[in-house]
Design a binder for this molecule. Structure first.
Ligand SMILES: [Zn+2]
Length: 126
């Protein structure tokens, strides 16, 4: 069984109380932050697979409080696969209120991103 710090998502031993990587008090952090907060911090995880999974789950759960973070990820645009997943998540959460970020992303240099943005815009504008 693997345990991860809920703040920085580095792997820690189960019995650890204070994360050796970021210094957070793990039990106190757990009680202060809800599941959405943990998913939002996991969008910065060092493993791409975990980042993408966190973004996808936020979209499935329609976590309103994650929208500004998801928009930030789209604007950073450093990872086209993460960006596509973030666009889908924003679309799931915001529906027609996400037109602006979709229009922005439709100019992405990554075809996978611009095509996804255009596809979602087409659905919304129908
Ligand atoms: Zn940590």
């Amino acid at each position: 069984m693997h345990f991860f710090c809920p703040s920085c998502w580095k792997e820690v031993r189960e019995e650890v109380i204070v994360c050796p990587a970021c210094g957070v008090d793990i039990a106190a952090y757990e009680s202060r932050h809800d599941f959405a907060d943990k998913l939002i911090s996991a969008t910065e995880h060092f493993e791409q697979e975990t980042r993408i999974r966190a973004v996808w789950i936020l979209g499935q759960r329609k976590e309103k409080k994650s929208v500004s973070k998801l928009i930030e990820l789209v604007r950073q645009g450093s990872d086209p696969f993460l960006t596509v997943t973030a666009l889908e998540a924003i679309y799931n959460i915001e529906g027609s209120e996400c037109l602006d970020i979709l229009k922005e992303a439709s100019h992405s240099l990554y075809p996978i991103v611009s095509n996804k943005a255009k596809t979602l815009l087409d659905i919304l504008e129908d």
